[in-house]
Design a protein around this ligand. Sequence first.
Ligand code: NAD
Length: 313
Amino acid sequence: MNATPDFRFDGRVAIVTGAGRGLGRAHALLLAERGAKVVVNDLGGTKEGDGSDSGPANDVVQEITAAGGVAVADTNNVGTEAGCHALVEGAVGAFGRIDIVVNNAGISRFATFPEADAENLERTLDVHLRGTWHTTRAAWPYMVEQGYGRVITTTSTGMFGLADNLAYATAKGALIGFTRSLAVEAASHGILVNCIAPNAITRPSTTAGKPNITTRQLDEARIQAMQTGLVSPMVAYLAHEDCKVNGEILVAGAHRFARWLLAVTPGYRSPGAEVPTVEEIAEHWDEINDESGYYVPANLHDWASTFMAHLNA
Ligand code: NAD
């Protein structure tokens, strides 16, 4: 028997950006199936972010309504501040409130130096970072006013380091800083801000232009094991009123769910009062890097109280 009551979203309104395809579609379908009214945002462009098409957003809305759910399509470009504001205003216009923002829309333009140029960086930051920033900021006053909100950002394990992934990883890294810092401010307003690092086979992982999964790896079993819907339960948990975490990064996909830690080693403390030498760094390199006894700061103050504990001794 399942002891956990059903996690429902009745009466809640959710925006899911980039919900016309891939992971966003799966998140939107699950939230709608659980009773949320969903704004299905999608510009409908290529995986590199070119062009537009209202088809994907409309198709997902049709899918939701055919299954008895409630959704509206939105084709605003979250790569512009105006598009983000129009998206949020449209959501409030359609459903009267905004409880959940799932910042999911993304593009990928594989390149590294020197090919990765200013345009590559700006287009990538526009959608991933600025899109998240402006959409969340536009929804913020509504969430503060109602004393309730759930914000989900989307990072990537690509941030761990992947060749040719430079602007993308840069943007995804920035979203971790965004999530952690906004979470500190959010808590007092009844708002939680968390980050998902998905792992699923979708268009960017498979289509041309330096795919990050080789065709050899894409057998049918792997495709089945890496369905987008295997990520969405974690997103729905983070979007729910019973969610217990704030400012965290969760990795989800392929039937595994894990916490991504930002941790610091205890390190080496130079004993003298004089300025440590470069040679001292070299001599204590192993101690600086020793992972035993690492700690996971909840926020900057928490980190500082450990890193500089010796100043209070
Ligand atoms: P996808 O290309 O299948 O879906 C992304 C959707 O976002 C598309 O439908 C696209 O039209 C939409 N979109 C792009 N730019 C937009 C804009 N400016 N305004 C509105 N909509 C826009 O890709 P996906 O794999 O489902 O990616 C979803 C998110 O998950 C992205 O942020 C991606 O970086 C992230 N991610 C995915 C994986 C994975 O394993 N697939 C891994 C790590 C992170």
